[in-house]
Design a protein around this ligand. Structure first.
Ligand code: GLU
Length: 462
C-alpha cells in the first residue's frame, strides 16, 4: 500500500512551498487509496516552537489535508535514535568521533589550502581509545558512487569524492535530520518520499544509511522549487506568508489547493480542479521538472472561479458568521445578495466588505463619488424617484421600467441617472445592475437613502 508523509520542521510558519509538498503527498496517497502521515521534525529544541506546530496543524486542517494515524513527534523518540546509533557502532557502520571544533576547523582550512573540498577525513574511524565529548559519525562509502533514482529528476549520481563520514548523533544525544528521517520513514513504512529538491542530494546519505540498516528503499520524488516573481527562491520577501494569512485574506481552501496543484503539475491545459478531481487525476508522471513561479494574480483569479462554484447558501452562511452588523437581512435576501455579488469579487473578504457597506446601519456615501455624481442636474429626477419608489412593485423589471419612465420624462438617458442612483443607494460606484441592487434593500431604506442624497445636493448648492 502507498504510504507518504509530510515532515515539516516546526521552526517557522507553514508557507506555500511546504503546503505544496504536503498537498502532493496527500494527493498521491489518496489517488492510490494509500495513507498520508504527518511527522513533526522537532529535534531542534531551540528552533522548534509550539506556535509553529499549531500553525502547521491549523493550516493543514483549514485546507482539509487530513492525515492518517497519529502524528509522530521526533522529540518523543530520542532514545530510539540513540539505540539505533549504538547498533550501527556495533555493526561497524558508525563510530565515535572525538574531534574538537578547533581540530575540525584546522582540518578544513588545510584542505581548502590544498584546493580540496572541505570534508571530514575519517581520522577517528579506527581510534577507540579516546575519551571526552563525542559525536557519532556514519562510515560513508568511499569506494563507490551513490545513484539516486528520482521519479522527477531521473538518475542522479553523487560521486564518492563528495561523500564523507557525516554525523548521525550529536554530542548532546540529538540525532541529525539524516538519521532521524531514515529511521522514521522505515518505521512508518513510507513507500514514497515526496519533498523539496533541496533535499535531493541528501538522499545519497539516506540511501547509505538504509543499506547499513538493511531497510527497504522508498521511491524518491523531489519537487522543483517555487520561485518568486523575480526568479529567485520564493521567500518572505515575495510575500510568502503563513498559509493562514491567505485564510484571513478571504481565499478559499479549494482555490489555494487548486493553485498549488498547478504549480508544478499539469493535466493537459486544465486550470480549474475541484479537490475530488485533483485526487482523481493526480499522477506523478505529470510533475514538471522545472521550477514554477508564484503568481498572486493567478491565485486571485482561481479564487474567483471557486467562489463562483461555491453554493450561495455556504457564502450566505459565511456572511452571517462574519458580519459585524447589528441586524442581518433575511436568508432570502442574503442569498440574492450573494448571487448578485459573487461574480464581482475575488475573495470572501471583498464579498464581506460589499455586504457591510450595502447594509451598513450607519450608511455613508463615498465623498469623491458624491461630489462627482450627486449634482443639481439630477436633483429633480431623484425627487421624482422618491415618489415612484414608494409605489413601484419591488422587482428588478418594474424598477427598471420606472427608471426608464423617469428618464423619458426628464429627457435624459438611463446612463445619466444610473450612476447617481447607484452612488445614492450603495454609497459607491460599483454594484451589480442598479435595478437588481435596489431590490436587495427594502423600500424604506432605499427611499431614505435617496432623500439623504437629495439633501446632500441641496446643501451643496445653498
Ligand atoms: N524536516 C524536513 C524539512 O522540513 C523534511 C524533509 C523530508 O521530507 O525529508 O525540510
Amino acid at each position: 500500500m502507498v504510504r507518504t508523509r509530510f515532515a515539516p520542521s516546526p521552526s517557522g510558519f507553514l508557507h506555500i512551498g511546504g503546503v505544496r509538498t504536503a498537498l502532493y503527498c496527500w494527493l498521491f496517497a489518496r489517488n492510490n487509496g494509500g495513507q498520508f502521515l504527518l511527522r513533526i521534525e522537532d529535534t531542534d529544541s531551540e528552533r522548534s516552537t509550539k506556535e509553529s506546530i499549531e500553525a502547521i496543524l491549523s493550516g493543514m486542517q483549514w485546507l482539509g489535508l487530513d492525515h492518517d494515524e497519529e502524528i509522530v513527534y521526533q522529540s518523543d523518540r530520542f532514545e530510539i535514535y540513540q539505540e539505533k546509533a549504538e547498533e550501527l557502532i556495533q555493526s561497524g557502520h558508525a563510530y565515535r568521533c572525538y574531534c574538537t571544533p578547533d581540530e575540525l576547523e584546522k582540518m578544513r582550512s588545510e584542505q581548502t589550502k590544498k584546493g580540496e573540498n572541505p570534508r571530514y577525513d575519517g581520522r577517528c574511524r579506527d581510534k577507540d581509545d579516546q575519551s571526552g565529548e563525542f559525536v557519532i559519525r556514519f562510515k560513508a562509502s568511499n569506494k563507490e558512487d551513490i545513484i539516486i533514482n528520482d521519479l522527477v529528476y531521473g538518475q542522479i549520481t553523487v560521486h564518492k569524492d563528495e561523500l564523507d563520514d557525516f554525523i548521525i548523533l550529536r554530542s548532546n544525544g540529538i540525532p541529525t535530520y539524516h538519521f532521524a528521517v531514515v529511521i522514521d520513514d522505515n518505521e512508518s513504512k513510507i513507500t514514497h518520499i515526496l519533498r523539496g529538491d533541496d533535499h535531493l542530494k541528501n538522499s545519497a546519505k539516506h540511501l547509505q544509511l538504509m543499506d547499513a540498516m538493511s531497510y527497504s528503499k522508498p521511491a524518491f520524488i523531489h519537487l522543483p522549487m517555487i520561485l518568486g516573481s523575480d526568479g529567485s527562491r520564493l521567500s518572505k520577501r515575495h510575500g510568502a506568508m503563513n498559509i493562514l494569512e491567505y485564510k484571513d485574506q478571504g481565499f478559499l481552501p479549494a482555490a489555494v489547493l487548486n493553485y498549488l496543484v498547478r504549480l508544478g503539475w499539469s493535466f493537459g491545459d486544465q486550470e480549474i480542479f475541484a479537490v475530488e478531481e485533483m485526487i482523481d487525476k493526480f499522477d506523478v508522471n505529470n510533475l514538471n521538472k522545472s521550477s514554477a513561479q508564484f503568481d498572486l494574480e493567478k491565485l486571485q483569479w482561481l479564487n474567483q472561479q471557486h467562489l463562483m462554484n461555491t453554493d450561495n447558501s455556504d457564502l450566505a452562511e459565511f456572511l452571517t458568521l462574519k458580519s459585524t452588523l447589528k441586524s442581518i437581512p433575511t436568508t432570502e435576501t442574503l442569498i440574492s445578495f450573494v448571487e448578485a455579488y459573487k461574480s464581482r469579487v475575488n475573495s470572501l473578504n471583498e464579498l464581506l466588505n460589499y455586504f457591510h457597506s450595502l447594509y451598513a446601519e450607519d450608511f455613508t456615501v463615498d465623498d469623491v463619488a458624491a461630489q462627482k455624481f450627486l449634482k443639481t442636474t439630477v436633483l429633480e429626477p431623484l425627487q421624482d424617484l422618491v415618489v415612484s419608489f414608494d409605489q413601484v412593485e419591488w422587482k428588478p423589471e418594474s424598477i427598471h421600467q420606472m427608471i426608464v419612465n423617469t428618464c423619458e420624462k426628464h429627457g435624459i438617458g438611463f446612463g445619466k441617472i444610473g450612476q447617481p442612483l447607484r452612488v445614492a443607494i450603495t454609497g459607491g460606484t460599483q454594484s451589480p445592475s442598479i435595478d437588481l441592487t435596489i431590490t436587495l434593500l427594502d423600500r424604506e431604506n432605499v427611499i431614505s437613502r435617496l432623500k439623504q442624497a437629495i439633501q446632500y445636493i441641496g446643501s451643496k448648492n445653498v
